[in-house]
Design a protein around this ligand. Sequence first.
Ligand SMILES: C[S@@+](CC[C@H](N)C(=O)[O-])C[C@H]1O[C@@H](n2cnc3c(N)ncnc32)[C@H](O)[C@@H]1O
Length: 266
Amino acid sequence: MNRDLDPADDIVAYNRVAWDSQVRKKNRWTIPASSEEIQRARNDDWRIVLTPEKFVPREWFPDFRASSIEVLCLAGSGGQQAPILAAAGASVTVLDNSPAQLAQDQLVADREGLALKLTLGDMADLSMFENESFDLIFHPCSNSYVPKVLPVWKEAARVMKTGANLLSGIVNPIHYLFDDQLMENGEFKVCHKIPYSDLTSLSSQQRQGLLDDNEPLCFGHTLTDQLGGQVEAGFAITGFFEDRWSECPISDYISSFIATKATKLQ
Ligand SMILES: C[S@@+](CC[C@H](N)C(=O)[O-])C[C@H]1O[C@@H](n2cnc3c(N)ncnc32)[C@H](O)[C@@H]1O
């Protein structure tokens, strides 16, 4: 089915079907939290990731038990973080582009008796939410699936309250410099420029391989767009760490993932 969609015409529609397919393939980022994790979260014993391996510091989160906290998991479905945050006491809305990923969150919510508000949509268009609706946005490494990241930061700022935090996982663009197949075998050949796009940076044969496998298409944004873009949208970056992913060969050389805490100024 995905082969009938030209991603150059509508990347959101293409990646929707591709992420639905990742759920069927049991991609790691589609596997829901266990009942044990939810039970621990109900007892205030929880930890979640924005990037592949390091847990986000607990001090980056408000106290969900002290007052009512509205959280938006932005392009963050899959049944992992949202149900844990809900079990920890937050009021959680999830926006994602993949019905199958949202169904993973619904599955955990039904299994555990949790309330989650699930919304199908594009992270660059949050028009279904009022200005200043959220106290926290949790945005794992998902803006690598949209061609432009600046509209995402702008919309996030609009729907957040002043002083609220935007927690983001970011793929360092160094990830996209090298020939992907050679890198799988530990050989690093610089092939691509940044910004990178699966739509335009690959040979037509390589791109066709991704389409044939129903793989989501990725974009490697500059750090100016990722970090400078947050500042431009009205945030101050108030927390930062880097992370690795042991199964990526590049992780032997550099931590190729970034997490930021950005606080909305006025
Ligand atoms: C790597 S998964 C992230 C979710 C996961 N819970 C995690 O911990 O990283 C990427 C998610 O981004 C979503 N996504 C991709 N393009 C999107 C878009 N344009 N708008 C909203 N969500 C999108 C996918 O459907 C997928 O659920």
